[in-house]
Design a protein around this ligand. Structure first.
Ligand code: HEC
Ligand code: HEC
Length: 502
């Protein structure tokens, strides 16, 4: 049986499992249809991938475009990688499941493991005891009932709503800056959970309001008000509430496999090369290199997943055995457990394996070649590549060829940068300062935007679109922002089309 044929059958098998799952959970976002007007269909992409100059002739929307002559004549080929190679062998040009699509190249065994993990990822967990013991153990306190609730297949979930509404896709971390370092809130812990299972009080209610510092380019930063449930008392007066928006998940298993040395080679903490961009690794207290989350607080995909289970859903695992109840939350401590741990080793491994093999969306070349080249030149000339590094390579893994030495185009250096006062949080978190953020990977962002026109950007969802996100850049990225501010409309449009294509 040919590989293509096998994959076709696997896809059908998965589609059946998935359809059953989606049918069972009415709140879950429905899988996007393949005939979405916002997204060109597979035939367009298949066409695009077969020709190195894809985007030129096939696109009529940009036909009136002329390349911006004001851009410097440097080669930007390295910024325009072949369409099908964004995530090496794990690139997917399928449009059915978007950010939950298995890579085209998986064999049968991997596909089965992928499907098990995906079931856990989309499953809506239930309080224990339930008739479905595999997925019980939700809470006592939690933010959302499934991973997919915050990381849906259309990319990013709702975060900040109108009238101060905060959706589950935006969670709140609690930090106190003290003489002994950064500590969680003594009662509410490191993360606020506004939801709970029956019989246990939820931690309370969160709302947001914008700071007054809005300008033509942005709408004020969000700040958060917390009304704790009276049975738990007040927040500590020094506790600060920090907003964290759910990112879309792309190629995280691949980023997990980039060698520390590869990340460290781009670090320049003292700005020795004098380009104004430093970039420092987030070295954790145990010496490991952090790389996941907006502040690179988690060193591995396994650790990130275990923390998500524990903090976001209240589910214990071999990595995090304690329920997220503090010593004074007696109702929380006394509630029934869904097993010890609630997700076993096999479940946690499947969840990680699933995320490892999610296909990286292929580059989308909807704009004409001239526009994309002009955009890439602006990206280069503005200095965006100083942080949004176009290429990373995974380390050698002889027994896993699909993951081994893969060339990726994530557009991140996975380092922390000082992004200035405008992007500063009210407090730091872990070993990252209030103004320091990990360079956000740009792959898949254009797809997020086209699938969900209300998607928001940056760590707390403050930016309503990609342009706003760029115009919030400050600190080490100040010159880059000023470059963009000085661009004419055509230049800005080209830059944005380029970012959307990644
Ligand atoms: C309540 C919403 C919510 C739920 C539920 C949730 N996440 Fe997340 N996820 C987030 C947020 C917010 C972040 C960013 C966290 C940070 O910056 O510290 C994140 C980050 C991540 C990242 C790192 C992304 C990156 O770019 O570094 C991974 C991987 C991840 N989540 C996996 C999971 C898995 C697996 C589950 C289910 C076990 C899950 N998440 C459940 C909100 C959620
Ligand atoms: C000094 C490093 C640096 C430079 C230079 C830089 N960025 Fe960023 N970029 C970041 C960091 C860090 C973030 C995340 C900031 C946050 O969430 O608060 C980010 C976020 C973004 C986002 C939003 C991503 C998301 O997931 O919401 C976009 C889009 C973006 N950058 C594009 C650009 C473009 C285009 C340029 C050049 C004009 C640029 N950046 C220059 C570091 C940089």
């Amino acid at each position: 049986m040919s590989t293509t044929h096998l994959n076709h059958l696997q896809r059908l098998a998965w589609a059946a499992v998935a359809a059953a799952l989606w049918a069972g959970c009415s709140d879950a976002p429905a899988p996007a249809s393949t005939t979405d007007a916002n997204f060109d269909t597979t035939s367009d992409l298949a066409d695009a991938t077969s020709r190195p100059d894809a985007g030129d002739a096939s696109d009529t929307r940009e036909s009136s475009d002329s390349s911006d002559t004001s851009t410097p004549p440097v080669s930007v080929e390295h910024l325009l990688p072949p369409v099908e190679q964004t995530g090496g062998a794990l690139t997917s040009d399928s449009t059915q499941w978007r950010f939950m699509e298995l890579a085209d190249t998986l064999g049968l065994e991997q596909t089965l493991r992928f499907s098990q993990g995906r079931e856990l990822f989309v499953a809506e967990w239930e309080p224990a005891p339930s008739s479905r013991p595999v997925i019980d153990g939700l809470g006592p306190h939690f933010n959302e009932v499934s991973c997919a609730g915050c990381h849906p297949s259309s990319g990013r979930p709702a975060t900040l709503g109108p009238d101060g509404q905060v959706h589950p896709g935006l969670l709140i971390r609690l930090v106190r800056e003290t003489d002994q370092g950064r500590l969680p809130d003594p009662v509410f812990g490191p993360q606020f959970q506004p939801r709970s299972i029956a019989g246990v009080a939820a931690e309370g209610h969160v709302s947001w309001y914008p700071t007054a510092t809005s300008s033509d380019n942005n709408h004020g930063a969000p700040r958060f008000s917390i009304e704790p449930h009276p049975s738990y008392g007040a927040l500590h007066p020094d506790t600060r509430a920090l907003g964290r928006a759910s990112p879309h998940l792309v190629g995280l298993g691949l980023l997990d496999l980039v060698a520390d040395a590869t990340i460290l080679e781009a670090a320049d903490p003292e700005d020795a090369d004098g380009d104004g961009i430093s970039g420092r690794p987030n070295i954790l207290d145990d010496g490991r290199l952090g790389r996941f989350g907006w502040k690179a607080l988690q060193p591995t995909l396994r650790g990130q997943s275990a923390m998500a289970l524990a903090q976001d859903m209240g589910i214990t695992s071999p990595e995090v055995m304690a329920e997220n109840c503090s010593a004074s939350q007696h109702d929380c401590l006394q509630s029934p457990s869904g097993g010890s741990p609630e997700v076993d080793e096999q479940g946690l491994a499947a969840l990680v394996e699933y995320q490892r093999y999610i296909g990286v969306p292929a580059v989308r070349r909807h704009a004409g070649r001239a526009t994309l080249e002009a955009g890439a030149r602006h990206f280069d000339a503005a200095g965006c590549t100083g942080c949004h590094r176009p290429k990373l390579v995974t380390r050698a893994l002889p027994d896993r060829p699909l993951l081994s030495e893969q060339i990726l185009h994530p557009f991140t250096d996975l380092l922390l940068h000082d992004m200035g006062e405008g992007l500063s949080d009210p407090a730091g978190e872990g070993n990252a300062g209030a103004r320091e953020w990990r360079t956000a990977p740009l792959w898949g962002l254009g797809l997020v935007e086209s699938l969900n026109p209300n998607a928001r950007f940056l760590h707390d969802g403050r930016a309503q679109n990609l342009e706003e996100a760029i115009l919030w850049h400050g600190g080490e990225a100040d010159p880059a922002r000023r470059y963009v501010e000085a661009l004419n409309d055509d230049g800005r449009r080209a830059l944005l089309e380029f970012v959307r294509s990644l």
